[in-house]
Design a protein around this ligand. Structure first.
Ligand SMILES: Cc1cc2nc3c(=O)[nH]c(=O)nc-3n(C[C@H](O)[C@H](O)[C@H](O)COP(=O)(O)O)c2cc1C
Length: 279
């Protein structure tokens, strides 16, 4: 049971907590009235009330004092810095075998945790894969697409593919290049990433796609700020969709009952882009 308390001696009756509460748990009746705590069963635990209170007059049972921090505005990047980071981010696919520092990974997971989620439900989980687990994902993906290509590019089927599956047909040369790299022991579909991050949410949760991909983007920009490459693994994700839930869960070590909604490959880049192109 959530408890919210307003300290009489500290409250300046500004009403900010009541106006910011998205669930109508804090109500204010009149300009100079102290906000009233209504049914806390509706509280979504977003912490807006605690964060907005200018005098620290609000006690919330979900947020012990050490869980409420001052914003260090001196640390905040300028709008220009944020925009330059966003503009200069690239899906840099030239990843080396060097390990991504643990600190970077932890910062990325922290950034993912701070992404908005529907009703503050924070159901997103991130599975971290390395080494042989990534190799298994790579091999399963490549085998799947090469088998599919053998069928779709068979001389008897090819005219049909060319006419009716134009987008797929356009991918044939890229797949052929992937095949050559894969046969040399490289991991083209996972871009030789040294870590895969699988963003998941419970099956049946309505906002899995949205929550996971917002978390993805936070983590992606965090990685970029550390100079670490990140690439969206759409190719692998498409294979996983066709593998089905059970096989995907096993391959990516997903939490019980979770579905894959975004997949990121990360690694230390071989080189950095020094330009961005105008969009
Ligand atoms: C849903 C989605 C799927 C993607 N799948 C892949 C992929 O499988 N392999 C890859 O190398 N890049 C993939 N990308 C990266 C895009 O190709 C890339 O974002 C786009 O070309 C723009 O380039 P940039 O990210 O460097 O700005 C994917 C991106 C998205 C959003």
């Amino acid at each position: 049971m959530i408890e919210i308390q307003l300290l009489n001696e500290k409250c300046v009756k500004c009403g900010a907590c009541a106006s910011e509460c998205p669930s109508g748990v804090l109500l204010r009746h009149g300009e100079k009235a102290m906000p009233e705590v209504a049914d806390t069963a509706n509280c979504i635990g977003c912490g807006h009330c605690v964060a907005i209170c200018p005098t620290g007059a609000l006690r919330h049972s979900l947020f012990a004092e050490e869980m409420v921090r001052e914003v260090n505005r001196e640390l905040l990047p300028s709008p220009e810095a944020v925009l330059e980071l966003i503009r200069s981010r690239r899906s840099n696919r030239s990843m080396t075998a060097c390990q991504v520092p643990e600190k970077v990974l932890q910062d990325m997971l922290e950034a993912a945790r701070y992404a908005p989620t529907a009703e503050n439900s924070r159901k997103v989980r991130v599975s971290v894969l390395r080494g042989a687990d990534i190799r298994n994902v790579e091999d399963a993906t490549m085998r799947f697409f090469l088998r599919l290509a053998r069928i779709l590019l068979h001389p008897l089927v090819r005219p049909f593919t060319r006419t009716f599956l134009k987008d797929l047909y356009k991918q044939a040369p890229a797949l052929e290049s992937f095949r050559r790299q894969w046969e040399k022991g490289e991991r083209p579909s996972t871009c030789n990433a040294t870590v895969l991050l699988a963003f998941t949410a419970p099956a049946g949760y309505d906002f899995g796609w949205q929550d996971c991909n917002l978390a993805y983007q936070n983590a992606s920009l965090m990685a970029e700020s550390h100079g670490i490459s990140q690439v969206y693994m759409g190719f692998v994700q498409t294979a996983c969709k066709l593998f089905g839930q059970k096989r995907t869960a096993k391959l990516l070590h997903l939490p019980q009952g979770h579905r894959l909604y975004a997949l990121m490959g990360i690694g230390v880049p071989a080189f950095k882009y020094s330009r961005y192109t105008v969009r």
